[in-house]
Design a protein around this ligand. Structure first.
Ligand code: ADP
Ligand code: ASP
Ligand code: MG
Length: 413
């Protein structure tokens, strides 16, 4: 008998019929004798609907009140799922984040879990109950409701699994595992039998929303066995594992991630003197705007161009700051572009394969895509391109790195 933490995402609990199906599934695991803790998201579309309501009141709702509002989505699903389980003769109890007590810091809308009190859960499990926990939410030390950022129910599930030392954390969703790239964009994307934590972390941070990045961080840190599966189709899913594939045939690239969340800003013709990069980027970071890719070109006339990217939502603020800096430094021009996309190839195999970057750049050149910015780390290469070429670029890279082709059986384990 094992202790299993399961998480069901928004589409998996999107209707009463689906909640009933989830209850059937959980009940089956319970009948097999497993101790069950289930984290659920809000019904699909509900979190967006609630955020929309808040924006009807004001453009920038108070973060504390927004958390009180959006956390209600998950409260609905925990109650409905517990009812469906009880109806099946499987005793179940629902808990909000603060009832559990999932203690977080006070960073409303993007809180981090600090600690989980397992007393209530353990008591229920000891009495044979299924425990149903609201994903995405917690409480800070002062009792304020907090939420964990979009996609945060994944993190609730993994954190519960870590706190309870569960045997496995199963993330059930609307795809049957982690794919080489988003299967909704590339038809020939393949499900991976396993992917390393390191690669999954990069994929999540570079835009693959199948798992929230903090969930992967938690699972890696606390060594939680983590699997992504389809809610309503049987199959092995994808195991996120600590071990690397040691086979000689390790592919150079395991997956491709992308996002359309960033915007690009350039300040042109600033003097090429020490301290200029700091003068340009210092005020941006002081305003708590996160900068991602940064590139500096030195021109022959002793001036610099500095280009960087920020989250699209931060573009208006970043642009205003940059224009003020440009005036102060006597820069020639500030230009911005919100219609960009970042495409990244990810793979631990990059460490042992040469020529990956040039292969990537050639593949994009062959389909006439201009690369605007480049950034690399040990196991990833990202390029910024025009948003309208995103799908074309991802498909070209998927094919050139042989991700369409099935991996031979012996290389999958
Ligand atoms: P849930 O509501 O269950 O949390 P999400 O919508 O957050 O589901 O995440 C699942 C979605 O992630 C899939 O429907 C898929 O479109 C998208 N996705 C992006 N990249 C990948 C990938 N590499 N593998 C699988 N799914 C991916
Ligand atoms: N309901 C939240 C969201 O839509 C959390 C989650 O689904 O993981 O982001
Ligand atoms: Mg999700």
């Amino acid at each position: 008998m094992s202790l299993i933490v399961q998480k069901f995402g928004g589409t998996s609990v999107g209707t009463i019929e689906r909640i009933e199906s989830v209850a059937d599934k959980v009940a089956e695991f319970r009948r097999q004798g497993h101790d069950m803790v289930v984290a659920v998201s809000a019904m699909s579309g509900e979190t967006n609907r609630l955020i929309g309501l808040a924006h009807e009141i004001e453009e920038q709702p108070t973060p504390r009140e927004l958390d009180v509002l959006v956390s209600t989505g998950e409260q609905v699903t925990i109650a409905l799922l517990s009812m469906a389980l009880n109806k099946r003769g499987v005793p179940a109890r629902s808990y909000t984040g603060s009832q559990v007590k999932i203690v977080t810091d006070s960073a409303h809308n993007k809180a981090r879990i600090k600690q989980i009190d397992d007393v209530n859960i353990r008591q229920d499990l000891d009495q044979g109950r299924v425990v149903v926990v609201a994903g995405f939410q917690g409480t800070d030390e002062d009792g304020n409701i907090t939420t964990l950022g979009r996609g945060g129910s994944d993190t609730t599930a993994v954190a519960l699994a870590a706190a309870l030392k569960a045997d496995e954390c199963q993330i059930y969703t609307d795809v049957d595992g982690v794919y080489t790239t988003d299967p909704r964009v590339v038809d020939s994307a393949r499900r991976l039998d396993r992917i390393t934590f390191e690669e999954m972390l990069e994929m999540a941070s570079l835009g693959s929303k199948v798992l929230q990045i903090r969930a992967v961080e938690f699972a890696g840190k606390y060594n939680v066995p983590l699997r992504v599966l389809h809610s309503f189709q049987d199959g092995p899913g994808t195991l996120i594992s600590l071990e690397e594939n040691t086979s000689m045939e390790t592919p150079a690239i395991s997956g491709i991630a992308f996002n359309r969340d960033e915007a690009k800003l350039s300040i042109l013709g600033v003097p090429d003197i020490p301290g200029v990069a700091y003068k340009v980027l210092g005020p941006i970071s002081e305003s708590n705007i996160e900068v991602d890719v940064i590139v500096q070109n030195v021109g022959e006339d002793k001036t610099n161009d500095i280009t960087f990217t920020v989250h699209r939502n931060d573009l208006p603020r970043a642009e205003a700051i940059l224009r003020a800096t440009a005036e102060e430094l006597g820069a020639r021009e500030v230009v911005t572009d919100a219609k960009i996309a970042k495409v990244s190839i990810v793979g631990v195999g990059m460490r042992s394969h040469a020529g990956i970057a040039s292969k990537m750049f050639k593949a994009l050149a062959d389909v006439a895509i201009n690369i605007e910015l480049i950034t690399t780390s040990e196991i990833k290469i990202s390029v910024v391109i025009d948003e309208k070429f995103l799908e074309l670029g991802v498909r070209a890279l998927h094919s050139v790195f042989d991700l369409d082709k099935p991996v031979p059986e012996e290389d999958q384990s």
